[in-house]
Design a binder for this molecule. Structure first.
Ligand code: PHB
Length: 388
């Protein structure tokens, strides 16, 4: 007790001696970024962190008179760790915002922390629709699976596909995609022959792919989380689904730009719908991709990276609106309704839901200049995150 008082006194003296120190302390706004940097979803962590750092490299580390500092920590993909780290960041590091969250369960684990601490939790990666409504302090700069799926179902129905089997990862985002696909596709006259679900951890796709093949649909619609696309597509090729006359369609999670280059020419012609392609044709994206490749040893940015980049953009824009006031409730309020042009195209944060509204593009895998790319050919403008 006495020791603590002495220490407090000493700290007070030290601050007084420094004069400007207490004011200086408030001049730094800390953003705690929690991501899977190791384990099976490490590519998500690497991409989101690189995106966030690129925003800061391009826009400086000062906004509205405040110095921005990001603290990145690895939750290894475990929700218990995400929550523990978030709590430590609030209590010990005094962060003004928490952000990141590479998978739905990780994002969901921090809701109570954000609500209690009254600080924004910016979802830069996860995609289950209901996450944002579970705390008034969530905002999202990633995507939702229903948002990315509905345009695919519409495209399939419009392009003469009559029967589909769906195969999704058996957890929040996969189940959202399954539900959205079936509802939209069947409302347009199509038929979903079966809804298959594979475990999210250590997935073994072969038995599900065989089942899908045996059902002889015209197309197989698939959704797996970022990081699993390459192994899924390898097994799709091994089962020769294309030769059996089954078209491969899905969300862009499976033709992930992080892995696409190495997936092989069998991917050419695969049609997906998604919110971001590294091949998106705009000046903003050309600058983004060039900057990203340069800063990351030629790693191609994927859709997770723009979640990190735009997550930092959102935090900067909110601080500009509050004129540097980092009070959590003021910041989350300032995030509502913000709109800007991202490397992905126009985007905004819905003023009511705090979820992301953005364009969704239909793309086809093509070989351009010797590399595979998701080449966009149709745009569904301003799709809401909670699209039904
Ligand atoms: C999620 O867990 O919400 C998630 C992760 C990776 C994706 C999509 C959704 O590619």
């Amino acid at each position: 007790m006495i020791r603590r008082q002495i220490l407090k006194g000493a700290a007070g003296l030290a601050l007084t001696a420094l004069g400007a120190a207490p004011a200086f302390a408030q001049q730094v706004v800390k953003v705690g970024v929690i991501l899977p940097m190791t384990g099976p979803f490490a590519s998500t962590g690497r991409q989101v962190e690189a995106g966030a750092r690129l925003w800061m490299a391009q826009n400086g580390d000062t906004v509205a008179g405040k110095k921005i500092e990001i603290i990145v920590r690895d939750d290894t993909g475990s929700a218990d760790q995400t929550k523990r780290i978030a709590t430590e960041m609030v209590v010990n590091d005094k962060v003004a915002v928490i952000a990141g969250f590479g998978l739905t369960p990780l994002a969901l684990s921090v809701g109570p922390v954000a609500t209690q601490a009254k600080i924004p939790a910016v979802i830069m990666a996860a995609g289950t629709t209901t996450i944002v409504s579970s705390s008034p302090y969530y905002a999202r700069t990633s995507f939702t699976l229903s948002q990315n799926t509905v345009p695919m179902a519409q495209w399939a129905a419009k392009n003469g596909i009559k029967t589909v089997v769906t195969l999704v990862s058996d957890y929040g985002p996969g189940l959202d995609a399954e539900k959205a696909f079936k509802a939209e596709f069947e409302s347009k006259g199509g038929k979903v022959l079966d809804t298959l679900r594979s475990p999210v951890m250590n997935p073994e796709f072969a038995p599900f792919l065989q089942k899908a093949k045996d059902l002889k649909p015209e197309a197989l619609f698939m959704v797996v989380p970022s990081g699993q696309g390459a192994s899924l597509m390898k097994q799709v090729n091994e089962r020769e689904l294309a030769k059996a006359g089954i078209r491969i369609i899905g969300t862009g999670d499976m033709t992930d730009d992080d892995q696409l280059k190495g997936m092989g020419d069998a991917l050419i012609g695969v049609v997906t719908s998604h919110n971001y392609s590294a091949a998106h044709d705009s000046p903003e994206n050309k600058a983004y991709v060039a900057g990203f490749l340069k800063a990351n040893n030629n790693l191609r940015p994927n859709f997770m990276s723009v979640g990190g980049y735009d997550g930092m953009a959102l935090i900067y824009k909110a601080l500009e609106k509050t004129k540097g006031d980092a009070d959590g409730t003021k910041l989350i309020d300032a995030m509502k309704g913000v709109a800007w042009t991202s490397p992905r195209g126009p985007m905004s944060i819905d003023a009511t839901t705090r979820d992301i509204t953005q364009n969704v593009y239909i793309r086809e895998v093509k070989k351009v200049d010797g590399q595979l790319w998701n080449v966009e050919f149709e745009t569904m403008p301003n799709v809401k995150g909670d699209v039904k």
